[in-house]
Design a protein around this ligand. Structure first.
Ligand SMILES: [Zn+2]
Ligand SMILES: [Zn+2]
Length: 303
């Protein structure tokens, strides 16, 4: 999976950092987490095709995570999008979009499947495809905010071409059936099992997205052993009182969450404008959790 931060500043955009949005691209589709103002520009700069956007996940209804949504939805209408879009987020989105539609500010002519939540106490599956599932959980912010986890399902093992040839399985349809996990019968009546030609099952990757939030048990639960935890780090420890008051985390707190959860790597984002250079946040987090990196607008991270 490719993780592409589209905005890494908190509250308002700066010249170098846009407000919150992040794309996760996998195979032919991509998913958008949060949609601050100006996200459309960042999508274009990242070279992401809006018609391949399958799912938008909004964490909470603060403007820096949400103000870009009507513009993006409208533009996809102008582009004559026809494929479905899944939209997941806190309760209030439907009402907001209905008002915009009633006032004729926004016009959407393609199907949107909206899933709204007013509380999710424990990590729960809120969306599932044949390839992955999305787990959500309420975090600890000034208003209801959802954290998300994208979890790929395990994939069948790699197909061993050489082994298939040695077993005299003719190339073509039978290979496909073996790759899909079925057993096949050859012309001479012998049966070849998929286990004979497939390698070990490949576990899926997982990514958690926790912003905005104070440090809390829910983000630890949501991030258990993820390959990448994307966590907000609005402040350094010097401003921990502000972090607490405004419902945010310090870089050190994000690092503690990553460590407690057993995450493999931590990607910090959502930096206060008081840090034009975010390296103090990185230093603080790395002292606790060395596998930390800083998100930068449009700088891709592979998972
Ligand atoms: Zn925010
Ligand atoms: Zn917020």
């Amino acid at each position: 999976m490719r993780v592409i931060p589209l905005g890494t500043n908190s509250g308002k955009p700066t010249l170098k950092r846009n407000v919150s949005a992040l794309a996760i691209a996998r195979e032919a589709e991509w998913l958008l987490f949060d949609c601050g103002e100006g996200t459309q520009h960042q999508i274009a700069r990242a070279g992401l095709a809006p018609n391949r956007l399958s799912t938008i996940l909004i964490t909470h209804l603060h403007g820096d995570h949400f103000n870009g949504l009507p513009g993006l939805l409208s533009s996809m209408g102008l582009d004559r999008r026809t494929n479905d879009l899944t939209l997941i987020g806190p309760q209030g989105i439907r009402e907001y979009l209905d008002v915009l539609a009633r006032l004729k500010i926004m016009f959407v002519n393609y199907p949107i499947e909206l899933k709204e939540f007013s509380s999710v106490a424990n990590p729960s599956v809120v969306f599932e495809t044949k390839d992955y599932k999305i787990v959500a959980c309420g975090l600890d912010h000034r208003l209801f905010a959802l954290g998300y986890r994208l979890e790929e399902k395990p994939r069948p093992g790699r197909f061993n071409v050489q082994r298939a040839r040695e077993l005299n399985v003719p190339e073509g349809e039978l290979w496909g059936r073996l790759q899909a996990g079925n057993n096949v019968e050859l012309k001479d009546g012998s049966v070849i099992t998929s286990a004979q030609v497939l390698g070990p099952i490949r576990p899926g990757k997982s990514i958690a997205y926790c912003l905005d939030t104070r440090p809390c048990l829910q983000s630890v639960e949501l991030s258990r052993e993820v390959d990448l935890l994307i966590h907000e780090a609005t402040y350094t420890e010097e401003f921990s009182a502000e972090a607490r008051e405004y419902g945010h985390s310090t870089a050190a707190q994000a690092a503690h969450t990553a460590r407690e959860a057993g995450a493999r790597r931590l990607l910090l984002t959502h930096f206060s404008s008081r840090y034009p250079d975010a390296s103090p946040l990185l230093d603080e987090a790395r002292a606790i959790f060395p596998e930390t990196i800083l998100a930068e607008d449009l700088q891709e991270v592979l998972v």
